[in-house]
Design a protein around this ligand. Sequence first.
Ligand SMILES: NC(=O)c1ccc[n+]([C@@H]2O[C@H](COP(=O)([O-])OP(=O)(O)OC[C@H]3O[C@@H](n4cnc5c(N)ncnc54)[C@H](OP(=O)(O)O)[C@@H]3O)[C@@H](O)[C@H]2O)c1
Length: 333
Amino acid sequence: MVSYKEIRASNALLNDATTPRVAVFAGGTSGIGQLTVRALVSTGASVRIHLIGRKSSEERSRIFIQELNAINPKAEIIWVEGEISLLSETKRVCEIIKSKESRIDLLFLTTGYAPFGARNETAEGIEITQSLIYYSRILFIQHLLPLLRLSEAPKIVSVQGGGMERTTVDLEDMDLKKPGNFGLVNTHVQYVAMLSTTMEKLAAENQGVTFIHSCPGWVNTGNVNRGLDASLTIKSWLVWLFLEPLIGLFSFSDEESGQRYLFQSTSAAFGGRGVPWKGKAGVNSQMKTGEDGLFLVTSKCDTTPNAKVMPVLREKAQGKVWEHTQKVLGPYL
Ligand SMILES: NC(=O)c1ccc[n+]([C@@H]2O[C@H](COP(=O)([O-])OP(=O)(O)OC[C@H]3O[C@@H](n4cnc5c(N)ncnc54)[C@H](OP(=O)(O)O)[C@@H]3O)[C@@H](O)[C@H]2O)c1
């Protein structure tokens, strides 16, 4: 485990030279993304952040941006409105950012939640949480990689379930459309495995860019309630009675979660570029140290290659998942 003390010490070294100068946050309007934006701005360094959010979050994000400007007048926060559960909107938002920036240092992705109820599709016919957790995030990465490659220390951090991959990914029904295939556990297994194996492929093809798929542990953001609706009375009740108190007890504090993600976004522990790190070097998903690639990062900021699963996914799933993903994303690339 990387201790909180070590994390604070590393983050204290951040300055204008070592802080990402241009960052894009998809999911920075709430929860872990928002906590990380606040931690980044609180370094006092010069930073420009593209904060992407839907119309319904605009009002409270204006207040958040005012708070950020007061914390650090050198920080420039640009609000980009977009309904990024839709791939057409993700593409539009990426085009806006590409027209304004000549390079990006950090892409930070946190949209999503666990679906407790029935399948719910976007207007584009994609199950909404799969779009938020997987398709939209990969589309962001593919669109913005050319600008990330121009950074000296480019990083992509995707927060979901890094290290929790399992081999039981369904390659015959990638989008879990067959009757009985959609459910809380299946979606978790499917989306986490698809995210890691696709990020690993993109990482292998983009040496010089550090990719992180990370597990946040428990953070009391209210995320657990997003997938519940009025029809799910018993599930809501169980979440309220058991899960919420557990989350309340065992969560990282907001402050620590934000600092841990600032560390992942800036430390040389993962891939060698960034704030120098004297601790154990991160091992990537191909079991290599001192190289770029995909880092699967646990809630304690350790890396794991998930050595029993990632080689199986690489051999059996990666090609098929990529082919399917490119079919879905093709119209929006
Ligand atoms: N928190 C935890 O303990 C925990 C544990 C394990 C995994 N995770 C996963 O880690 C990721 C980040 O978690 P978090 O706690 O930071 O999540 P969160 O606080 O619920 O924030 C998620 C982000 O997704 C956006 N979002 C949610 N539904 C959306 C929709 N239908 N359309 C567009 N945007 C939508 C939110 O935007 P708005 O601000 O507009 O609502 C917000 O910016 C999530 O995928 C979560 O499932 C979290």
